[in-house]
Design a protein around this ligand. Structure first.
Ligand SMILES: O=c1ccn([C@H]2C[C@H](O)[C@@H](CO)O2)c(=O)[nH]1
Length: 129
């Protein structure tokens, strides 16, 4: 596994945010992740007139992860349309945990943090029978 190129991930997240469909909130969100095979996947938020059906950027990103070959998330950066750092919402932390596990790194205001710290004592696949 290569080192994480955070600059590239952050720029890709900001670029992805430009594709957001967010006429209701006005908040463009983009996310980019390094996959364990070295490729990068991205996502953006896609809202809906039925507000509760809106998709977060992290959700469309994991769709791309699966569609482009699967694998595990190694490092994730989330950015707004102006390049500002955004933290994933609680639901999306769970979504990231599913595909990256406790060791996946997230870009936070305090630097790169593992999901085990961003979502402590998480419920996960190992809790199922
Ligand atoms: O982790 C998050 C949090 C929010 N949003 C989106 C959902 C909605 O479109 C907009 C405002 O909440 O931001 C994301 O994409 N990811």
């Amino acid at each position: 596994m290569t080192d994480v190129d955070w600059t590239t991930l952050r720029e890709a997240a900001t670029t992805a945010a430009a594709s957001a469909y967010c006429p209701y909130s006005g908040l463009q969100v983009g996310v980019a992740a390094l996959v364990d095979d070295g490729r990068m996947v991205t996502g953006c938020n896609v809202e809906n007139a039925s507000y509760g059906l809106g998709l977060c950027a992290e959700c469309t990103m994991v769709g791309q992860l699966r569609l482009s070959g699967g694998g595990r998330l190694v490092a994730v950066a989330c950015r707004g349309g102006n390049g500002e750092l955004l933290m994933p919402c609680g639901r999306c932390r769970q979504v990231l945990y599913e595909f990256g596990g406790p060791e996946c790194l997230l870009d936070t205001p305090a630097g790169a943090m593992p999901m085990s710290e961003v979502l402590p004592h998480a419920f996960g696949p190992d809790d199922l029978p």
